[in-house]
Design a protein around this ligand. Structure first.
Ligand SMILES: *Cc1c(COP(=O)(O)O)cnc(C)c1O
Length: 337
């Protein structure tokens, strides 16, 4: 197993600079007032492709050998990771294959194809699609691009930690959405190497927090699949997890869980109070703060807003409910006479 160091994260930063943006860090006056602390938001919702995943994908694809580049890459994610891999592959002129189950809805396939990826459908579950991806990888000499449990992916996501340190040197706590743990492991490595006193707090959804249960059990465990507003946080951490589980065990100080109602409140708060469109997975940090679960944070806190790819129908429904509009009718947009 390869050790991931601060040097890897600095190298990643140089490598990905032409593809991923350095995103703004914005003071949230409303959240600072509410919590009595200094709260800054790291706006990865403004990142290219709509999520931070482009950082890891760019680092992984730009590190391929010339021979690997010639053959192309494969992955099996429908969400932000698949989108990021497809986008980076197209920018570099590489072949990208995305393997999905037959249950993935058409609009998601179309989105991947629009980004120039070859979409292959196989089987009825994500597991079957994954097995088929392994076969294709073998047959066609493609390189598998993992979503989180990989040193290059972790180092790519870690560049967010460097940017937070630069823009907010007084930072004492960072709040990070947590699923497979690539994002939090990279950020924790960058920030704790610079200052071991920085607290790293992960936030997951209460309905299916795979890393939380794995940390409790002191080994990777499987959990039952559920639906969540934070759909980008769904899925397991892999029973054969090599990197992110031990890094989270070592570097993460706290994992906080939020309910579905709190996540909806977080999405709405960002929209209404900050004029920011964020997806459920990105809203868990804000959800934790406005839900009053802020005991774990210090005086100077950065909250990572990890992505913007929310289904606009869901966003509209959440907003309509909060505004007390029952059923958005035909004349909703018509001016009152
Ligand atoms: C993937 C993703 C996460 C979680 O990242 P992990 O590295 O799996 O912990 C959080 N938010 C968004 C928007 C994501 O796409």
């Amino acid at each position: 197993m390869k050790d991931i160091t601060l040097k890897d994260i600095f190298e990643a930063r140089g490598r990905i600079a032409s593809i991923a943006l350095k995103t703004p860090l914005m003071l949230s006056e409303v959240l600072s007032e509410r919590t009595g602390k200094d709260i800054y938001l790291k706006l990865e919702n403004l990142q290219t492709t709509g999520s931070f995943k482009v950082r890891g994908a760019a680092n992984a694809l730009l590190s391929l050998s010339p021979d690997q580049k010639k053959r192309g890459v494969i992955t099996f994610s429908t969400g932000n990771h698949g989108r990021a891999v497809a986008f980076v592959a197209r920018s570099l002129g590489l072949r990208a294959v995305i393997c999905l189950s037959n249950r993935v809805p058409q609009y998601r396939l179309d989105a991947m194809r629009k980004l120039g990826a070859e979409v292959v459908q196989h089987g009825e579950s994500q597991d079957e699609a994954y097995d088929h991806a392994l076969e294709l990888q073998q047959e066609q000499g493609l390189t598998m691009i993992q979503a989180f449990d990989d040193p290059l992916i972790i180092a790519g996501q870690g560049t967010i930690g460097l940017e937070i340190l630069e823009d907010f040197p007084r930072v004492d706590t960072v709040v990070v959405p947590l699923s497979g743990g690539g994002l939090i492991a990279g950020i924790a490595l960058a920030m704790k190497t610079a200052d071991p006193k920085v607290r790293v707090v992960g936030v997951s959804m209460e309905v299916a927090p795979a890393m939380y249960h794995s940390i409790q059990a002191a080994k990777p465990v499987e959990i039952e699949e559920k639906d969540s507003l934070a759909d980008a946080l769904l899925g397991g951490i892999g029973l054969d997890n090599q990197y992110t589980f031990p890094l989270v065990q070592k570097l993460v100080d706290d994992i906080i869980l939020v309910t579905e109602d709190e996540i909806a409140d977080g999405i709405f708060f960002a929209f209404e109070q900050q004029r920011l469109v964020i997806e459920g997975a990105a809203a868990v940090g804000v959800a934790m703060l406005i839900g009053g679960k802020d005991n774990a944070i210090g005086r100077h806190t950065a909250v990572v807003l990890s992505g913007s790819n929310v289904d606009t129908a869901i966003l509209s429904r959440i907003a309509a409910k909060r505004y007390g509009i029952s059923g958005i009718g035909d004349d909703f947009h018509r001016p009152k006479r």
